[in-house]
Design a protein around this ligand. Structure first.
Ligand code: COA
Length: 158
């Protein structure tokens, strides 16, 4: 698995993952992804096989708090540790930016994502009732990041 920072040229491939990963009503638009790919204090990571982009994850940092905004793996490539690999790299980047925690929001009914986040150190800290529609609560999850001051130098991320 090769993990790298995405470039604006990866937009089409990322949109294909978006289509494969989410129902139409939940998809991010091309404009949203273009903002992430070009944004400040943002990191979009992709996994590639020999040719294609097969997974993507998107992170932001503001002051001491990072956010995991999106993670999608090609359905044919799931269950191989790609999402966790992307999360680990994103967590390192956030530490290097000085963040001491990472937050995310997930639908309570997304059991695969919730299991992934738990395995990466996230715990649920709040619930937004009916956030995704009637009966579909959002969970806010948090993960402590380690040694932000030590990590701040030398990884070349920020
Ligand atoms: C959620 C998603 C990103 C997981 O990607 P993945 O590459 O298959 O996940 P990994 O292989 O890295 O799994 C890491 C851990 O997550 C958990 N996990 C992942 N998929 C799971 C599933 N379907 N059921 C239960 N646990 C699961 C497991 O604990 C797993 O560790 P293990 O294999 O050692 O047991 C993928 O299913 C996906 O793209 N879903 C659609 C988009 C989405 O809902 N994204 C999240 C919200 S933005």
């Amino acid at each position: 698995m090769i993990v790298s920072a995405a470039s604006p040229n990866d937009l089409d491939a990322v949109l294909r993952l978006e289509e494969a990963g989410f129902a139409r009503s939940e998809r991010w638009s091309a404009a949203s992804w273009a903002n992430e790919l070009n944004g400040d204090r943002r990191l979009v990571l992709v996994c590639r096989d020999s040719v294609d982009v097969v997974a993507v994850a998107c992170f932001s940092v503001l002051d001491d708090t990072a956010e995991l905004l999106r993670v999608i793996v090609d359905p044919a490539q799931r269950g191989r540790g790609m999402a966790r690999g992307l999360l680990n790299v994103g967590q390192e980047w956030a530490e290097a930016c000085g963040a001491d925690r990472m937050l995310l929001e997930v639908s309570q009914d997304n059991s695969a994502a919730r299991a992934l986040y738990a395995s990466a150190g996230f715990a649920s800290i709040a619930r937004r009732r009916d956030y995704y529609g009637p009966g579909r609560d959002a969970l806010i999850m948090e993960c402590a990041l380690q040694h932000p001051a030590l990590a701040a130098c030398g990884r070349g991320w920020a």
